[in-house]
Design a protein around this ligand. Structure first.
Ligand code: 13P
Length: 340
């Protein structure tokens, strides 16, 4: 365990004005995204699309790290450089998704637990050799009638903690991602309650497995109203509730907190981050680790056509720049019109 390397990596992941691009969609998720724009989900199309994102000029100003998928870390950029080294040369830290997805949790209808611990130490050693310096594991927590159960929170928190300990032992910074899902008609108050219980369970488990908070990054969902709730909380309410929960549960020793976009609109995800970053009195830097909210406009512009690559890169650059500003509380809605 190289503590100095872990500290350097964690600090660089949340460097001022920068955040993380989540480009670790599994091939199944990629298929859905590609289908929505009429692109065949072949290995080569996945490579070209990721290459388009990574080779966007100037992106390193806003992107500190990229979460890769197992297939992607084994692929190469058009100039023949493996993607991990390609990113490293641009000053972007390569990361890797190491969980194997969520499966049904027995005796807990509607709930899931994330798999992927078996053989993880070996996989982490290989990923480290390939250049990965941080990792991600996503747990999913659904809100509904009678759920989440204590069983679900407990099972997922323990899996996250075991994963985190294995990562740190391999000198890889673990991103702890317990995602409270947006789906449902629950209120924002209920989301706050569930997010707090989820984070409490996670930090109790991390402590139980001797995980070092100093070398861990939290990837949290924001406290928002359920997608189908008639009352949708506004930007300031989302920011206040999200920060309140984080302050109650996340140790100040942690180097930073990043957010997932979780199905929010691109601009909502930016506005929410901006409002939180503008609030004083936080012990940790906050930034983005978005997939959809960073990639949607680029994917829709690209549509699998080589002729659209430049325009797609501009769309990606714009979202990355907007979110880089939001991470510093410097974003304004008017800036959305100024595509650089
Ligand atoms: P979204 O920003 O699309 O929620 O994706 C982030 C992520 O990495 C989910 O695991």
């Amino acid at each position: 365990m190289d503590k100095a390397l872990l500290s350097r990596t964690a600090a660089a992941m949340v460097a001022q004005g920068k955040g993380i691009l989540a480009a670790d969609e599994s091939s199944g998720t990629c298929e859905k995204r590609f289908q929505s724009v009429g692109v065949a989900c072949t290995e080569e199309n996945r490579r070209s699309y990721r290459g388009l994102l990574f080779s966007t000029p100037g992106i390193e100003q806003y992107v500190s790290g990229v979460i890769l998928y197992d297939e992607t870390i084994r692929q190469k950029a058009s100039d023949g450089t493996p993607f991990a080294q390609y990113l490293e040369k641009k000053g972007i830290i390569p990361g890797i998704k190491v969980d194997k997805g969520a499966v049904d949790l027995p005796f807990c209808p509607g709930e899931k637990v994330t798999e992927g611990l078996d053989g993880l130490a070996k996989r982490l050693a290989e990923y480290f050799q390939m250049g990965a310096r941080f990792a991600k594991w996503r747990a999913v927590i659904a809100i509904g009638s009678g759920i989440p159960t204590h069983t679900c929170l407990y099972a997922n928190a323990h899996a996250l903690a075991r994963y985190a300990a294995l990562c740190q032992a391999a000198s890889i910074v673990p991103i702890i991602e317990p995602e409270v899902l947006l789906d449902g008609n629950h209120t924002v108050e209920r989301c706050e309650e569930v997010t707090e219980a989820t984070l409490r369970a996670c930090y109790a488990a991390l402590a139980a497995y001797n995980v070092s908070f100093e070398h861990t990054i939290l990837k949290s969902s924001m406290v928002v109203s359920g997608k189908d709730c008639p009352r949708q909380a506004g930007v300031d309410e989302v920011a206040e509730r999200s920060l309140r929960v984080l302050k109650r549960t996340v140790p100040a020793a942690q180097p930073g907190v990043v957010f997932l976009s979780g199905g929010q609109s691109d601009v909502d995800a930016t506005a929410h981050l901006n409002a939180m970053a503008a609030m004083p009195g936080r012990p940790w830097p906050l930034t983005f680790s978005y997939s959809r909210a960073l990639q949607n406009p680029a994917l829709k512009t690209w549509r699998g056509q080589a002729a659209n690559v430049q325009a797609a890169q501009q769309a990606f650059h714009h979202r990355a720049r907007m979110n880089g500003l939001a991470a510093q509380g410097k974003w304004k809605p008017e800036l959305e019109k100024q595509v650089a």
